[in-house]
Design a protein around this ligand. Sequence first.
Ligand code: S3P
Length: 439
Amino acid sequence: MTNELKIKNKIIPFNKKIEVSGDKSLSIRWILFSSISNKKCFAKNLLISEDVLATINAIKKLGIKVHRKDSTCTIYGKGIDGYTYKKNLVINAKNSGTLARLLPGLLIDTPYPIKIIGDNSLSKRDFKRIAEPLSKFGAKFKLKNNKGLPLIINGTKNLKPIKYFEKRGSAQCKSSVIFGGLKTKGTTTIIAKKSRDHTELLCKYLRLPIKIIKKKKYDIINISKINKIKNLNYKIPSDISSSAFFIVLAVLSSNSKLLIRNVNINPSRIGIVKILRKMNIKINFKNTKAYKGEKNADIEIKSPKKIKAINCPSSLNSGAIDEFLVIFLVAAKAKGVSYFKNLSELNEKESPRLKWGAYILNQMGIKTILKKDSIKIFGNPKLKIRKKIVIKNFLKDHRVFMASVIAAYSFGGEWKINDKDSIKTSFPNFLKIINKFIK
Ligand code: S3P
């Protein structure tokens, strides 16, 4: 089978400097904000992956001109009410939850119904979580089985501002409602459990009418309708979620050192760093720079002598939500039992990742106690795998694939991992970079 990756050798100690691809959350947000800007917007180092290309195609279908050459891209925005399109529009979000959940916020006043479809995995995910708050603005939604895709959105010109309590810690839900608020006269208020705040930071950078009051566990966000949006020229920094695979590769190797250049280290995204530091791992930020409201830095990791187990505080969950599969691999090598709780959101991702995390660990010979929203991992600092392991049928979840590759190169054994193509979703260069560690 060509779409299968076979691995049977562990990686030998390394000392490397690498650069990973552009941040996915920022790439998608740059495209969406640029499409509603009143000016020409330019980006460098845009992530070129299927999720991002689906976003470009979506705005093109909405009548926005885009010029792209490799990872540089120009978007000719037409303003907040500038989308033009024919009846019966269908937008294919493919695998991208971020696109399929954020874009409807900008479509709540559509004069014609718009249908959003996606791949098998995306279609099964929960869209009620955005349909419910966006309906309060006055738009109407039809969801397959009252939950998934395809969804059809029927807009209204008679939008009303809303008050919304975002309890999950989902940046996608929060951002979708922020976009709705930017289209609606009056003040929309969101009380949002902490989650990545790229959308808010871009609103601030663009001087849009947003006010944020930060409380310990929640942010109170007030937004109102915008008139004009200035141009958004952006050099996308590297993605911490893509970096995470290599951070963990360095952590699980012996006598190794790694530097990853110019990564976005927004405090709401560095849960993995905070968690690993608690597990006795040295990670340094070097060359830290402020950039358009965000923070970027080089990340330096040294492989530790000993890894400590962790009782992971739930307050770190949202900032590490895409990284748990590899964090679990670190727990597998820790001394003692690690405990991760309040993680039901992990089963709402491209695949049920809490279950897949446990499955991979069990295949590796690691004992786990898996509950609906928590996992206990019984670490083994001497873990060496000698058996054959096959990983398949994981709904082509890119992060399950990449985490399995890291496990294979870190712990040994003979692995067959299906659906290599899944990396195209978020990190098409992943295997190219891995190869630098092998040769
Ligand atoms: C994202 C938010 C997170 C994350 C996803 C990207 C974003 O999803 O898992 O990969 O860019 O806003 P949730 O909002 O569902 O937590």
